[in-house]
Every structure is written in structure tokens, then in C-alpha cells.
Design a protein around this ligand. Structure first.
Ligand SMILES: CC(C)(COP(=O)(O)OP(=O)(O)OC[C@H]1O[C@@H](n2cnc3c(N)ncnc32)[C@H](O)[C@@H]1OP(=O)(O)O)[C@@H](O)C(=O)NCCC(=O)NCCS
Length: 192
């Protein structure tokens, strides 16, 4: 399958066949509270449709697979909402818990952010992250994202309030990070 290759990962194009894996990833009870800030009920068919639309709308959507086995690990995407000026991208990433803390998130994020700056000429890439999500914040800071703002009491989670950080990165903020090579031609990336 056409896609990008990093040291240990495949960043594959999204296809409809990935929807089952994506639905169970985002329905995982360890994952969804960290990524979905608007829905806490069991997943309806509409949810599947929402996932499909978000992957299709992204300018760079990737299904992340382990290079050594091809196993599904998660997904990541860069979305541009202002398609007239194409100045700002939004980044999101999500891996199955069994793959956490092995450097994979850093490897995928570094590749996708760097690629998006170089090929889309974005001025900045932004994201939001719960202030309690220390693992994700560590990844973003390692790459060069800075905390640019904080919304207090943004999200009621498991019996308590959590704040949300607004984080952003400019190309010149990027720190050298995960090594990647063997970039092959791909249809993962598409311009709107
Ligand atoms: C966020 C996510 C993509 C990170 O990927 P990952 O592969 O687990 O992250 P990495 O292994 O590359 O890096 C994790 C870093 O966090 C650090 N970390 C882990 N737990 C931590 C904690 N409790 N406090 C501070 N740092 C922590 C690790 O030490 C590591 O940093 P280091 O390499 O400098 O030691 C992944 O954990 C995930 O999908 N989580 C669920 C969904 C999510 O939170 N998405 C982001 C929403 S904004």
C-alpha cells in the first residue's frame, strides 16, 4: 500500500476498510476521554460516519501501522479549515494503548508536522490537549510545540474538571527528533 515510511512506522492512506479499527480505537475507554471532548455515550452509527468524514477532510490523514508486522496502531491527521489562505493546520493523533510509551507517537508526530510545514507552506500548526494528558504534552513539547493558552475548566471528566491547553508550533520551533527515511510517493497526502 502506498504511504510513507519512518524508521519503525508505516503511515498509510485511509480507506473505508480502516473504519472498524478506527471505531474501536476511538471507543477504547483509555483513549476516548483523551481525544473526544464532546461525546461520552456508546458509539452510534453516526459516530462511524463522523470518523470517516474527519479522515476524508484532512489534508494529511494517516493510518499508522507497525512497519515490522503491518499491525494497526492508530491514526493521525493534519486538517486545514481555512482552505482559502491555508495558513494554519490542526494536528491530532491517537494510538492504541498497547503501543504507548515506545516513542511511536513522537516518531509519527515529528514526521507529519515536518512534512506538513514543508509541503503545505503552513505558517503554524495548532492542537488542543487536556492539561492532565502529560504523555501527549511531553510528545508535543519534545517536537517544539509551545503552550500558547489555557482554557480553564474546559472538560468534565470522571468526576472532576480538567483544563485544556492550546498548543502551537512554527516551523522554526521544530527540534530535530525521530529519524525518518525512505519517503516514498504516496496518496496519503492530498490538497483540498
Ligand atoms: C499521545 C500519544 C500519541 C503519545 O504517543 P506515545 O507513543 O505514547 O508517546 P512517546 O512514547 O513517543 O512519548 C511519550 C513521552 O511522554 C513521557 N511521559 C509518559 N507518561 C508521562 C507522564 N505521566 N508525565 C510526563 N511525561 C510522561 C514519556 O517519558 C515520553 O517522553 P520521553 O521520550 O522524553 O521519555 C499516545 O500516548 C496516545 O495515542 N494517547 C491516547 C490519545 C491521546 O492522548 N492523543 C493526544 C490527544 S491531544
Amino acid at each position: 500500500m502506498a504511504g510513507f515510511t519512518t524508521e519503525r512506522l508505516l503511515l498509510c492512506p485511509y480507506t473505508e476498510a480502516d473504519l472498524d479499527d478506527l471505531t474501536s480505537l476511538c471507543g477504547n475507554p483509555l483513549v476516548w476521554p483523551l481525544v473526544l471532548h464532546d461525546e461520552v455515550s456508546p458509539r452510534s452509527p453516526k459516530f462511524r460516519e463522523r470518523l470517516r468524514l474527519s479522515m476524508e477532510r484532512a489534508v494529511f490523514a494517516a493510518i499508522i501501522r507497525l512497519k515490522s508486522t503491518g499491525e494497526f496502531m492508530g491514526q493521525a491527521m493534519v486538517t486545514v479549515t481555512d482552505t482559502k489562505h491555508f495558513l494554519e493546520g490542526s494536528f491530532a493523533i491517537c494510538l492504541l494503548p498497547k503501543f504507548w510509551n515506545n516513542g511511536y507517537g513522537t516518531e509519527a508526530t515529528h514526521y507529519m508536522v515536518d512534512y506538513s510545514f514543508r509541503w503545505f507552506d503552513l505558517q503554524r500548526i495548532s492542537l488542543t490537549v487536556l492539561s492532565s494528558n502529560l504523555r501527549a504534552i511531553a510528545v508535543y513539547q519534545k517536537i517544539g510545540f509551545r503552550i500558547e493558552g489555557r482554557k480553564r475548566r474546559f472538560w468534565w471528566m470522571s468526576g472532576r474538571w480538567d483544563d485544556i491547553f492550546l498548543m502551537g508550533i512554527l516551523y522554526e520551533d521544530m527540534r530535530p527528533g525521530a529519524a525518518f527515511h525512505d519517503q516514498s510517493v504516496t496518496n496519503v497526502v492530498k490538497h483540498l
